[in-house]
Design a protein around this ligand. Structure first.
Ligand code: C2E
Ligand code: MG
Ligand code: MG
Length: 391
């Protein structure tokens, strides 16, 4: 799909693509039309090439919509703006889990477009292995049945201390073992759960399963901190905070070993409403973490106000940051900010040796990423932890 508000650019792009041997091309005059085409299409697009600056719906807005629709193909940005804007737009798109192959400045030439396209093989990772079944949207009833029918599972991803290279904790990540669609990643159901008031039930299920697993590990002398994702609106639900506290007691797990993660973007829109609950949890010694940091818009004052103990830097500013000046500087200033506020820093999405080197250099405390370990179910995780503690 090519999206641009100038017919001449559309024509040019189409010609380049045809000369490169591609035939199945959808050209859209502007973001609004592109979105309609996207929604109407039953076949997924492999690559979307989009202009940024368009009237009505601009490229950034268009990308937000397709990321909300869980688009998992490649994206190429196109713009006449300067490179810095392209860089920032690219970071933003990455932060929204879009797979950005690169950008091309206008007026563009075939030779700048071609390597981006030919270097790309549409890949279907854990997060998009369900793309076919996703064509039928998941319904509220289906999700409710899934949660009530105990179909949720927990995957665990290691958090490793940089100074000692030891696994010190895990993040619990929800999976849905759907009876017909297979194992689904959270991207496909968390926002639905939030929209239809099923998120508390979901968190109850994940939290309980996680603590039960933790109890089992503690009994086997596997001692790990555990991080659980919590949707910010849950804090103000009746009984939610008591549930967190009482369940920890029930499983005899010290809240000092439990970290509650809240995404930065949700937090900043709801800080005042949930501050009291956050303080209450902190007084019980729960750890509190700001997740996906860098994608929201928090300021120093807000961060100082809230009793957070950990800051997780979003993978958009970690993975590939050694070659990306903008991402690197956001990463670096986030680490410095966290240090000033005495928070532990965790770099998410460390995938390569280069990422690892940079994370060490910038003085981050912990890493979580494919470079060390992917999310695994409990049995496999236990084998992993045994293999690394022997090494
Ligand atoms: P998150 O909390 O930021 O979790 C980290 C996500 O990054 C996980 O995706 C993990 O698999 C992925 N990841 C970790 N290392 C790497 C890496 O090196 N490279 C790449 N490309 N990705 C990496 P996952 O499991 O798909 O979860 C996505 C998001 O869904 C989570 O992001 C979290 O916001 C949400 N989520 C997961 N479980 C729950 C839950 O129980 N409750 C709520 N409210 N949200 C959840
Ligand atoms: Mg998280
Ligand atoms: Mg995160």
């Amino acid at each position: 799909m090519i999206v641009d508000d100038e017919p001449s650019i559309l024509e040019l792009a189409q010609r380049h693509l045809e000369n490169m041997g591609y035939s199945n091309i959808t050209a859209c005059l502007g973001g609004q039309i592109a979105l309609e085409q996207y929604q109407a299409s039953t076949n997924p697009f492999d690559i979307i090439i989009s202009d940024l600056n368009m009237p009505e719906m601009n490229g950034v807005e268009f990308l937000r919509h397709i990321s909300e629709a869980d688009y998992s193909g490649g994206i190429i940005l196109l713009s006449a703006e300067d490179e810095r804007i392209l860089e920032v737009a690219k970071d933003l798109a990455k932060a929204r889990n879009l797979n950005v192959l690169g950008y091309v400045s206008k007026p563009f030439k075939r030779k700048s477009l071609e390597p981006l396209i030919t270097g790309y093989t549409p890949h279907f990772s854990v997060t998009d292995n369900t793309s076919d079944s996703l064509l039928d949207e998941i319904t509220e009833e289906e999700l409710r049945a899934g949660i009530n029918g105990d179909e949720l599972l927990v995957a665990f991803q290691a958090k490793t201390a940089i100074a000692t290279d030891k696994v010190i904790g895990v993040e619990a990540l929800a999976r849905w073992n759907h009876s017909e669609r297979g194992v689904l990643p959270p991207l496909t159901f968390i926002s639905l759960a939030e929209r239809c008031q099923l998120i508390d039930a979901l968190t109850y299920s994940i939290y309980r399963k996680t603590l039960s697993q933790m109890r089992d590990w503690l009994d086997k002398d596997i001692i790990l901190e555990v991080s659980v994702n919590v949707s910010v609106n849950s804090f103000t639900s009746d009984g939610f905070v008591d549930f967190l506290i009482n369940t920890a007691e029930e499983y005899n797990v010290n809240p000092e070993m439990i970290i509650l993660e809240v995404t930065e973007s949700q937090l900043m829109d709801n800080m005042l409403e949930c501050l009291e609950k956050l303080i209450q949890l902190r007084m019980k010694n729960f750890g509190l973490s700001i997740d996906d940091f860098g994608t929201g818009h928090s300021n120093m004052t807000q961060l100082k106000q809230a009793p957070f103990t950990e800051l997780k830097i979003d993978r958009a500013f970690v993975n590939g940051a050694s070659e990306d000046a903008t991402a690197r500087s956001i990463f670096e200033s986030s680490v410095n900010l966290a240090k000033k506020l005495h928070m532990t820093t965790v770099a998410e999405g460390v995938e390569t040796r280069e990422d690892m080197t940079l994370v060490k250099e910038l003085g981050c405390d912990q890493i979580q990423g494919f470079y060390k370990a992917k999310p695994m179910f409990a049995d496999e995780f236990e084998e992993y932890i045994q293999s690394v503690s022997k090494a």
